[in-house]
Design a protein around this ligand. Sequence first.
Ligand code: GLN
Length: 465
Amino acid sequence: MGSKTALRRIQLIPELQKKYNIFTHIDNSAAEKVLPDDSANSNAPLSHLVAGIKDNIVTKDMPTTCGSKILLDYMSPFDATCVKLLRDAGALLVGKTNLDEFGMGSTGIHSYFGPVRNPLFPNENAVAGGSSSGSAAAVAAGATDFALGTDTGGSVRLPAAYTSTLGFKPSYGRISRFGVIAYAQSLDTVGILAKDLSVLRKVFGVLDKYDERDPTSLSNKLRDAISDRRVKRSTYRIGIPKEFVQGSMAKELMEPLSNFLEKLMKQGHELYPVSMPSMKFALPVYFTISPAEAASNLARFDGIRYGTRSEKGDLEDGTLFSPTRDAFGQVVKDRMVLGNYNLCSEAFKDSYIRAQRLRVKTIDEFDSIFRFPNLLTGSKGNDAGLDLILGLTNDGPPQSIDHYHEEKVSSPINEYKNDIFVTPMSLAGLPVISFPLKRDAPLGVQFAGQYGDDSTVLDACSLLV
Ligand code: GLN
């Protein structure tokens, strides 16, 4: 890839933006930053690769809004670690990508900047999935070679599936969260979307580093211990949790899925049905823990430390900060109410603590079925266990934007259902990649590996897809 391809992508951006509403901010000077092919820097690992950055990751030369009115025009005084690493590696950052406000949503319709439209269906006004909607649309439409997203409970994988692109969520702690505006800090990860697996792997190679500024960054000691245990395989033991294969699976998924499974068996991989009973709790557990963390994290947007201060007096209706905090969108407000409720003394034990217990149970269940040890929990690994878990990412094609506005489906629960297959891995911090079953079709499948075993997930994807 050289300067010509980079320039071509950059030239396409204004037109693609009009069609799909991919960006919240475009760097209009990007074309001038394309280096000639023979410049000294052209050997940098990501040289001439055009990138979009989800707009909840801070950049010092472009605003960071989180898709929210409350952060309109907010300029960070520093770059997030992942942004700095990309710049140092020669990537061309062309803009900030649109998202569901603060990463909350699975459709891309909850942004102050309006909904993202899915480039796979140019005439249908279909959702691109969320919340890294703009990142997926940027890659799918060819505006960028890759884009960073964040995946708290599926937000890289679901839009990847809906736009027929690759979406990788690394193990929790592998990519620094320093400069990533927190939604739910025990779940937040930075992920990568791309069409080309070799590009995605190169980007991950650049970002997969310990960062002392992120207290949850995976230490070098653990990184080394994980690499020491790693075994490179040519065939894998792959489990398919029955909880992942739903009776309601869309017709268009059946045939490509069974063809793919057949292909795996022909290549000599062993497939096993497995049962993971705690998976059915993943969605309620996720929607108990994540809003609770969000309610605390979003308290800082009060117009004093962060956020646009309302012109109105902030005590006007007797509730401190309520005019300022009215700038949040409805979904964010709902989550804060839910989160604060889960943390209040009345509900704490029965909802928050119970959810945390079930989260531990989910992790234990994953630990019991993987062959690779979990160096975080101390699980030794099961010699007779699996290398990978395979499941669907989405259970059907994306709906239209209008569909989500219809009264009968506009309840938030309707949207939460999209996350059914993607939240279990988030609760356990596992590495997982979603890849398309068919070119240009919105049918995503995911491979998940044991905590820390990101290389197996990526190697398997190179080998099998
Ligand atoms: N759809 C989920 C939510 O709304 C996932 C979001 C994410 O991963 N950022 O919380």
